[in-house]
Write a protein that binds this ligand. Structure first.
Ligand code: ARG
Length: 591
């Protein structure tokens, strides 16, 4: 990791020039424009500013003292006080050689491993998983994989919605309207039908009959909560049926969880949480409910316990006990943090949900800070935007239903099969289906990971399955090209112990330098929770590989040139495979 060496040397130099300076924020990053160098730092400007020094003069001094001649051919001052570093070709070649030997793959395990709990996917029982849940599943899985690859301790927990008022209605539906045959055929669809049926009847409160249903639902819920054997058995069965459907999807997506402690797991703790917050004066009774209100410590614009309605500031409390005595999502999440801290002592808890839950998490985190001001745990709400249809509205089926995840994955494989069949009609069907599975699922996952997660994106089959473009199939195909060169060369590049590398062509150098930045990008993904950085890195890598491959014959080359080029193919393939693996996407040897 050359940028690390430069960073260390730079910090050392700065400490000698400015002994009191905090150099921990001094970073060396890829230079945005390779015309000016390979790496760059902008740290001198901030250091100069806070000391009222002239940034260019500081840069001159640093340049005069700094010795990076082992790795760099040139150090230049640019603009208002940037330092640009140009790496020596021998340094690039040497790093490639150690990677080819298997010493590293351009990333390093974290110097200070952290423990992170990642809370993601978290679907709700008795409702089919829909496209919104795929985004949480795919993003959360990718972040977990990235953190793990970098040597952190990761605990994944699926916070399944297996508790709540919907169970009153489900029990009523189960007892009076259950269609056993439909349940056997497709449990989640039948459960969803029951839920919708009863809840729509409850909503039409005008008609007296519906008030009766509402009361029934409420009393079934109370019975369930007080441990009534029949209702508990129905609830368990509903969870079991849902869980097996979720599991089928997870196994298709290759996603595993260390834990799936659903909301119900925290029931026994909820009373204690409410009591503790009341005792500490953090929560107060208000109109029969128990709520957390603003403590006035934040500017009103940033205060999650205040909102503006009709131009006026209003209290926007976090309700932890409802006036009917029920606990809710908020209470459960407070108990969940407490449990996680006691059980795993994490440095960080990451929640992956859609953007509509921002207020909930802001209130949750603020309440927790008041409850445990001593805690150093980092709490991150990693939120994402919606998936839209061609019409710019939430992605729906033709008949206007939300798209079920299982159907979406089926369609992805089906469409990929058509593409594969057009390209390779001669392949046996089983092989075509396997390719279609890997390509179709990869394409859907990549479509979720590529956009900036906070923006909405338009779902388009044509776009995500395109072989030319920033797509999973394009990257998977690039990987197969690297493999096919190595196969045709008849050597596995890894087999050659003494690897010598000499980079001469510009395309070789560009590709090689891009490989060097893999670890830097992985770290940025883990730091900012943004898998799109990795998608774009891999897309650029595939582009550099393509240009290299078009301009630099590999199999017809000889001697050192041939060895160098084969090594470039091999390392590009390994980085593509590892990178796609972190995104949760499989690769094939042939497509
Ligand atoms: N079940 C929730 C939903 O589908 C997501 C839960 C997220 N995790 C949490 N700890 N609140 O919207």
């Amino acid at each position: 990791m050359i940028h690390r060496f430069i960073e260390e040397r730079l910090r050392f130099t700065l400490t000698s020039l400015l002994p009191e300076a905090d150099t921990s924020a001094v970073l060396v990053r890829p230079c945005p424009d390779p015309k000016f160098g390979d790496y760059q730092t902008n740290a001198l400007m901030a250091l100069a500013k806070s000391r009222k020094l002239n940034p260019r003069q500081l840069a001159e001094k640093v340049k005069a003292t700094l010795d990076v001649s082992e790795w760099c051919a040139a150090v230049d001052i640019a603009g208002a006080g940037f330092l640009n570093f140009r790496v020596k070709p021998e340094t690039v070649a040497a790093t490639l050689a150690t990677a080819a030997r298997g010493d590293h793959l351009f990333y390093q395990p974290a110097a200070h491993p952290r423990t992170a709990v990642v809370d993601f996917s978290s679907p709700n029982v008795a409702k089919p998983m829909h496209v919104g849940h795929i985004r949480s599943t795919v993003l959360g899985d990718c972040l977990s994989r990235t953190l793990r690859l970098l040597g952190h301790r990761v605990i994944t927990d699926n916070h399944i919605g297996d508790w709540g008022t919907q169970f009153g209605m489900l029990v009523v539906g189960w007892k009076s309207e259950l269609d056993q045959a439909a349940l056997d055929a497709d449990p989640l669809t039948e459960l969803e039908r029951l839920y919708k049926l009863i809840s729509s009847r409850c909503d039409e409160a005008k008609i007296e009959f519906n008030a009766v249903i509402r009361d029934r639902a409420r009393s079934e819920l109370v019975k369930l909560q007080s441990g009534d054997a029949e209702n508990v058995a129905i609830w368990r069965e509903i969870i079991r049926l849902s869980q097996s459907q979720f599991d089928a999807i997870y196994s298709r997506l290759g996603v595993k969880f260390d834990h799936a402690l659903g909301e119900s797991f925290y029931n026994p703790r909820l009373n204690t949480v409410v009591q503790a917050l009341r005792d500490l004066g953090i929560a107060q009774e208000s109109g029969g409910a128990v709520c957390v209100f603003s403590d006035g410590t934040k500017p009103s614009k940033e205060d999650p316990f205040l909102s503006t309605r009709d131009g006026e500031l209003q209290p926007n409390p976090f309700v932890i006990l409802k006036s009917d005595g029920g606990f809710n999502y908020a209470t459960t999440d407070l108990a969940t943090i407490a449990h996680r801290l006691e059980t795993w002592t994490p440095d960080e808890i990451i929640y992956v949900t859609d953007g509509r839950q921002q207020l909930h998490f802001n209130q949750l985190f603020a309440t927790f800070r008041r409850w445990h001001p001593e805690s150093k745990v980092k709490l991150a709400h990693v939120w994402f935007g919606s998936i839209l249809g061609d019409d710019g509205r939430p992605f729906k089926t033709r008949s206007g239903e939300t798209v079920k995840l299982a159907d979406l994955l089926d369609e992805a494989e089906e469409r990929a099969l058509q593409v594969v069949t057009e390209k390779n009609p001669e392949l046996p069907e089983a092989e075509r289906r396997e390719i279609a599975r890997v390509v179709g699922l990869g394409a859907v996952k990549y479509a979720d990971l590529l956009p900036n997660r906070q923006s909405d994106y338009v779902f388009s089959w044509e776009k995500l399955l395109a072989l030319n473009g920033n797509t999973a199939p394009y990257l998977q195909y690039a990987y197969t090209r690297t493999r096919s060169v190595l196969r045709r060369a008849g050597v596995s590049a890894e087999a050659e112990n003494e690897i010598s590398i000499f980079l001469s062509a510009a395309e070789e150098m560009t590709l090689a330098k891009h490989l060097l930045n893999f670890g830097l990008v992985l770290e940025a993904v883990a730091e900012e929770y943004r898998p799109n950085f990795l998608c774009n890195y891999l897309y650029e890598l595939a582009g550099h590989f393509s240009r290299f491959y078009e301009n630099c014959p590999v199999l017809k080359a000889e001697g050192l040139e041939r060895a160098t080029r084969l090594t470039l193919c091999d390392l590009t393939g390994r980085v593509l495979k590892q990178g796609l693996n972190v995104l949760g996407i499989e690769t094939l040897e042939q497509m």
